[in-house]
Ligand binder design. Structure first.
Ligand code: CP
Ligand code: NVA
Length: 316
């Protein structure tokens, strides 16, 4: 692997707990910097390609605005607009794009695709969501939690719903890396994947965090500082044969006023990566309540992604 490819960010496991905390601190400083109107253009003349095989609002806009704030040029390459994996192999596309661009951002299906892009392009690659992981999201989530509570270690973060998806996998590992207590409140078949649970448990040994799986939602949320949920059917899984059954199984895991109350914690907050499917995984009442920090969370995607871009280009 080249040195530049080594600055890729494909997974939380690519960085240490210390680096994660540094990225969050850097993102908080960048948020202030932008609010003060300072734009030091640290990525001038860099060209960054956004290869998106799935839809995106927040992540696409975060990478675009962060690049432009820093003086970089962005090229959006929708999955159907280039030969990617169809008329041209992934391997050849990676080598071609590496000759044009200084960095690549990838949103799509297999984590393995992001890895191949990083290995063969020779330039840093950022994972903007795969079926398995959403690591840039988890960093923004942790930043939002830290802004609210002023610390991360010891917080109890309960993820309710489809805990086997990309957002849950990354949030679980992220919580473990900062010493928080992550609880998956989900039916057993939707608990996080074993490989990610093992990754998280390894970090817990170092940080004092913990990981718990619980199928009773009311029991799981007791003592929660934050309830977090995401859609019950992720992008790319809409046409699976068991979708209706999946929704019925997850219905008792809706985040509603009764579940928020069951935390028995006055200061508990609600988080969601968005986009939300209201009246499914969360009620409009909770989404629109004073406990909901979902728009701070969305804004923090920009600042954390900017910190990750600067790290990737060693331009911090
Ligand atoms: N949370 C998130 O990744 O949103 P988008 O799908 O809009 O990028
Ligand atoms: N789990 C969701 C997250 C969207 C940001 C999905 O993959 O569709």
């Amino acid at each position: 692997m080249t040195i530049r490819a080594a600055r890729s960010f494909l997974s939380l496991a690519d960085i240490s707990p210390l680096e994660l905390r540094e990225i969050i601190q850097h993102a908080r400083a960048l948020k202030q910097e932008k609010k003060l109107g300072h734009f030091p253009q640290r990525l001038k003349h860099k060209n960054v390609a956004l290869i998106f095989e799935k839809l995106s609002t927040r992540t696409r806009c975060s990478f675009s605005v962060a690049c432009r704030d820093e003086g970089a040029n962005v090229e959006f390459l929708g999955g159907n607009e280039i030969h990617f994996g169809k008329k041209e192999s992934l391997e050849d596309t990676a080598r071609v794009l590496g000759r044009f661009f200084d960095g690549l951002v990838y949103r799509g299906y297999a984590q393995k695709t992001a890895q191949t892009l990083a290995e063969l392009s020779g330039v840093p690659v950022w994972n903007a969501l795969t079926d398995e992981e959403h690591p840039t999201q988890a960093i923004a989530d942790l930043m939002t939690l830290e802004e609210r509570f002023s610390h991360l270690a010891g917080l109890r973060v309960v993820y309710v719903g489809d805990a086997a998806n990309n957002v849950a996998n990354s949030l679980m590992v992220g919580c473990a890396m900062v010493g928080a207590h992550f609880v998956a409140a989900a039916p057993e078949q939707y608990w996080p994947e074993k490989a990610y649970a093992e990754q998280a448990l390894k970090f817990c040994k170092e940080t004092g965090g913990s990981v718990t799986f619980e199928s009773n939602p009311h029991k799981a949320v007791l003592g929660a500082d934050a309830l977090y949920t995401d859609v019950w059917v992720s992008m790319g899984f809409e046409n699976e044969p068991n979708v209706q059954q999946r929704i019925e199984t997850l219905r008792p895991y809706q985040v509603n006023a009764s579940l928020m109350k069951a935390t028995e914690v006055e200061h508990s907050i609600f988080l969601h990566c968005l986009p939300a499917n209201k009246e499914m995984e969360v009620t409009t009442e909770v989404f629109e309540s004073g406990k909901s920090l979902v728009f701070d969370q969305a804004e923090n995607r920009l600042h954390t992604i900017k910190a990750l871009l600067l790290r990737g280009f060693s331009a911090g």
